[in-house]
Design a protein around this ligand. Structure first.
Ligand SMILES: [Zn+2]
Length: 641
């Protein structure tokens, strides 16, 4: 982006809202398992959601808008994975105490103060991701803090929530959701706006994630942890960025969003300097279809063929502004286009800052300016080709957004793109969106219960480190890596499970060396489910495979997600050979290379070993091969005298 930005000078403030799925036996309000299903739904039903009035009598604009679009929702459900609660055919059961206990554990680890009584509330959701039209959520603890290198980060709230249904498809007005995820317990941790740099945001998210994993009670893998970020700079606006799933993306999202706000403020100052006032920007759509009747532009010709209209809107003093880049490959014009798409349902806009382009000629542009009585030196014109009502709505939204350019950064909810930039998602919902869930009785958090939880709080990282070195025999370096590892909880679980059968060092190096190496080769290790590691260690402890085969199996499964270790072993032709088989292979090689051995005697070891390993790699461990090679060379040398 050229310029180096001092985020602290910009007055960057970031608060995190981290959502983590809990690995409980049951869902939050029913007895269904907390498992995702890969098969299509066994029976499906359709619902439409209607915007309701909150208790304060206020209708959510965003909800109303969604409803006006005429959307309907198809829900996929199952016999064994979902029940009537997810379908909103039966009231929720009591709040899951296992989930609450995990949330309380996390609260104590974060120095947060648990509430005396946990009350479940309803929070309106408008996108159909919940069959009820609201999400159930409960505050579990307030306050607290987390120590970071630079600042103490305040914790504001810790909540327990039900996860939403999974969006599977979107086709026209039909949106398909799978109900398997709906109701999986989520812990939501919200920090204060105490983070001041992009790197710090990532580090704090990582620390909270680590603390959650230390409990050993959270789900792992892509999609099980999601971050929302509240980002603002001095003079900007608190922007909510939703749904960052990858930790590595956080610092980039923060940096790009700060940059966007910074550039929007620059645009504001620039427009003011040009003398623009809000009242200069009036919604005045002009039908310019005529100008383009004989156009060579494919996009416009297609629209005209479909009997669509081409409407134009002048943005006075905006010339050059729409082409300003706010984030990599995203210009001010992109922001206008997103408003047009969202509010007008149009597929896009064309503006004069990007012309001539799309086959639109200079003379057409000249005619456009003339017809609209706009100044080609000062003004920008936006055109939209669509059904007239859609085009009007789109231009109206563009005018509103353009007016906001004089204020700076509009308040909105944005979503993170895979490259770390952000896009408009919807307006920020109003505050009055919570009301009590009367179907679920409150749960008292007694001092006795808290005392019990305090007694069995998970070990602190330092204690774990000691244990890893002393009991598990990890080197200090490896123990240090393991403490910080994403795989920490799984590592501990597997060490316990394979006690006396598999060395903890092998398990640790599989995570910290093997997996990292595979990732470095570009292998999608995020596809490897936890059970795969368990299966591999099972096979290894049964001696059906050598440890040398582990990387191969992991790589294959990462590329063939959903397959089992058994299948990997078969496809990769990995079999454990008997010692006798190995000896026979080595003897064969020695017979072939007897001249070499005669000439070089014991020094032939390296060459023979290399040949043996090329045949045996992955099937038997190197140490055993080396022993046999050495033994067989010596035997041969003794025989020839
Ligand atoms: Zn259920």
């Amino acid at each position: 982006m050229g310029e180096k930005i001092d985020f602290k000078k910009l007055g960057l403030k970031v608060g995190l809202e981290l959502h983590q799925q809990l690995n409980t036996k049951h869902k939050l309000f029913c007895k269904c398992p907390t498992k995702l299903v890969e098969e299509k739904g066994e029976f499906n039903f359709i619902r439409r959601l209607r915007p309701t009035r909150s208790e304060l009598g206020e209708v959510d604009i965003a909800a109303l808008f969604e409803w006006k679009r005429g959307r309907y929702y198809l829900y996929e459900s199952y016999d064994n994975y979902t029940c009537l609660v997810e379908g909103d055919e039966e009231p929720p059961h009591e709040l899951n105490r296992e989930a609450l206990e995990i949330a309380l554990t996390v609260a104590l680890l974060l120095n947060s103060k648990p509430v005396d009584e946990v009350h479940v509330m309803r929070k309106i959701v408008i996108d159909g991701s919940n069959t009820t039209g609201f999400q159930r959520t409960a505050v579990v603890a307030l306050g607290g803090y987390l120590e970071d290198e630079e600042d103490v980060i305040r914790i504001q709230t810790i909540c327990l929530e039900e996860d939403a249904a999974r969006k599977i498809a979107e086709k026209g007005a039909e949106v398909t959701y799978r109900l398997d995820r709906l109701g999986i317990p989520l812990i939501e941790i919200a920090t204060g706006p105490d983070i001041h740099t992009p790197e710090q945001a990532e580090r704090v998210a990582y620390k909270i994630g680590q603390l959650l994993r230390i409990t050993g009670k959270v789900k792992r893998g892509l999609g099980t942890i999601r971050q929302d970020l509240n980002i603002s700079i001095e003079g900007g606006e608190k922007i909510e960025v939703k749904g960052v799933q990858k930790l590595e993306l956080i610092s980039r999202v923060v940096a790009y969003e700060a940059l966007r706000q910074y550039r929007l403020l620059k645009i504001r100052d620039g427009l003011k300097k040009r003398g623009l006032r809000e009242e200069d920007i009036a919604f005045k759509p002009i039908d310019v279809t005529k100008i383009f009747e004989k156009t060579k532009s494919k996009v416009l010709r297609r629209a005209l063929k479909e009997r669509k209209k081409i409407l134009a809107q002048v943005l006075p003093y905006f010339k050059g502004i729409l082409g300003i880049e706010l984030q990599p490959k995203r210009r001010f014009g992109t922001e206008l286009a997103e408003y047009a798409k969202f509010w007008g349902g149009v597929s896009g806009i064309i503006h004069t800052d990007e012309l001539p382009r799309y086959g639109i000629t200079d003379s057409e542009i000249r005619m456009l300016y003339e017809y609209c009585k706009a100044d080609p030196e000062k003004d920008a014109i936006v055109i939209v080709a669509d059904r007239e009502d859609n085009a009007r709505e789109a231009l109206k939204a563009i005018v509103e957004r353009a007016k906001y350019a004089l204020k700076g950064v509009p308040k909105e909810t944005r979503a993170a793109n895979p490259d770390g930039t952000t896009r408009y998602m919807r307006p920020q919902p109003g505050a009055a969106r919570m009301y009590p869930e009367t179907d679920v009785p409150p749960i008292e958090v007694t001092e006795e219960w808290l005392e019990k939880i305090r007694e069995k709080l998970p070990e602190k990282p330092e204690q774990k480190y000691e244990k890893f070195v002393r009991e598990y025999g990890l080197s200090k370096d490896l123990a240090r890596l393991m403490i910080k590892s994403y795989w920490l909880d799984l590592f501990e679980k597997l060490v316990e499970k394979f006690k006396g059968k598999v060395s903890p060092v092998l398990i640790a190096t599989t995570f910290e060396n093997t997996l990292k190496a595979l990732k470095g080769e570009g292998i999608p290790i995020e596809n490897i489910r936890d059970e795969v590691f368990e299966e591999i260690l099972e096979k290894y402890s049964e001696k059906t495979m050598a440890k040398e085969a582990i990387p191969k199996i992991l790589a294959w499964i990462a590329r063939n997600p959903g397959k089992t270790v058994e299948e990997a072993i078969k496809v990769l032709k990995i079999e454990r050979l008997t010692l006798r088989d190995v000896e026979a292979i080595v003897e064969e090689i020695i017979k072939d290379k007897r001249e070499l051995i005669k000439a070089r005697r014991e020094r032939a070891f390296g060459a023979i070993m290399g040949l043996a390993m090329s045949k045996l790699r992955g099937k038997v461990d190197g140490k055993t091969v080396a022993e046999i090679v050495k033994k067989k060379i010596n035997e041969y040398l003794r025989n020839i005298g």
